[in-house]
Design a protein around this ligand. Sequence first.
Ligand SMILES: Nc1c(N[C@@H]2O[C@H](COP(=O)(O)O)[C@@H](O)[C@H]2O)[nH]c(=O)[nH]c1=O
Length: 485
Amino acid sequence: MALSFRICSSSPLICRATLSNGDNSRNYHTTDAAFIRRAADLSEMSAGLTSPHPNFGCVIATSSGKVAGEGYLYAQGTKPAEALAVEAAGEFSRGATAYLNMEPGDCHGDHTAVSALVQAGIERVVVGIRHPLQHLRGSAIRELRSHGIEVNVLGEDFESKVLEDARKSCLLVNAPLIHRACSRVPFSVLKYAMTLDGKIAASSGHAAWISSKLSRTRVFELRGGSDAVIVGGNTVRQDDPRLTARHGQGHTPTRIVMTQSLDLPEKANLWDVSEVSTIVVTQRGARKSFQKLLASKGVEVVEFDMLNPREVMEYFHLRGYLSILWECGGTLAASAISSSVIHKVVAFVAPKIIGGSKAPSPVGDLGMVEMTQALNLIDVCYEQVGPDMLVSGFLQPIPDLLPVIPSEDATVEIDPSVDPFEPSIIFFYKTWDLYGSFSNFSPHPIRMPYGEENDDYMTWSSVEHYYQVPHNSPCKMVSCSFKTT
Ligand SMILES: Nc1c(N[C@@H]2O[C@H](COP(=O)(O)O)[C@@H](O)[C@H]2O)[nH]c(=O)[nH]c1=O
């Protein structure tokens, strides 16, 4: 998700009281806010590569306010941002303050991030937001405090306008995970490019290109930061898109086609799955022979009893997708907006006029008849990209999670039959469950015994990769002990 906005409207995502304790605390807040923002910016450098893990960034600052070290999580399963930052800071970590955009999880199950800060001699930790996942919320903060480290959480220990803005930047960089923690659908962004007269194609359907090359590179970045890109059948028939991220870095998202009729061309760029997979979601029973053809090309087909945007998004949520980029036409966009599955809109407006009463527009019929019914975006940002104007904003605010979670004792008080730390039952149906890395859908690598020798191991990219290969001898999983962060 690209977040380098230049001109932003002043309305905050989440409103909180502003409290000022005089000039000293204001300076103190300004410094904390600046370093937290830096940690958030750092964390975003690997957007798209860390999923389903959050984006983590860490800045180590000395008591004189100098940056001693920085780090961010490069990809899921790599060294935590905190460990990288204290390594970079070396001896300057002793007595320093660590700024984290988000409370760390415990990816390796061994509190690597917390241990790195403790062992480096960090005196104070400032946290932008608590971890959004219930089973991880507060545990790293408790652990740090138990080692005598002062931990301040923005919005809990102190509040001010600058700190609130910094906190907001932390919410933005991990918006998909925060949504996952509180809703049953992935974070969805509707992106489109339109002419100044509001058309996404000429009346002939021709659309290449409306926006500039620079804008289209920004779209590649948006794709690179998303888990999947979704279009409708009409876009496949009309544009034959590739939907790949071609800006030279980052990952390429899964392509999803949503089609009721399955009336699609036999040859299409999206059926080439040599580099990235395509999933076609359709109505149960639609064109069985075409389903077979797609399957023979390696395209996965998923049938739905009720094909609609909400059902489809709930399905992809269960499969562990955090963020979806909608690059569809107006009909599907309207249906997705009506189903309340779109959270953010990103529109590239090109200074061109194409005209045409039949030329399509980005959003079809929403059933509104009066301007007072129009959906107002919040937190609107404007940015010039080459000759185009990029306008973005939220249709739904990023949910603000309650800062305090029930302690272990309080949980037992609420429901004594629940043992939140029951060790013999582990859940991993969803990738974000406590042991979600065991899920077929989790991209965690696993190590398994291989061959006759006891110390022979082979690494598989995920549990699913392992199961896809026929095995002659029963194997025992030995190394997938890390938990979902
Ligand atoms: N025409 C148009 C866009 N069109 C979108 O991009 C898709 C084509 O992607 P690809 O085949 O990967 O290049 C197309 O199907 C439609 O969803 N996007 C833009 O940013 N600007 C443009 O002017």
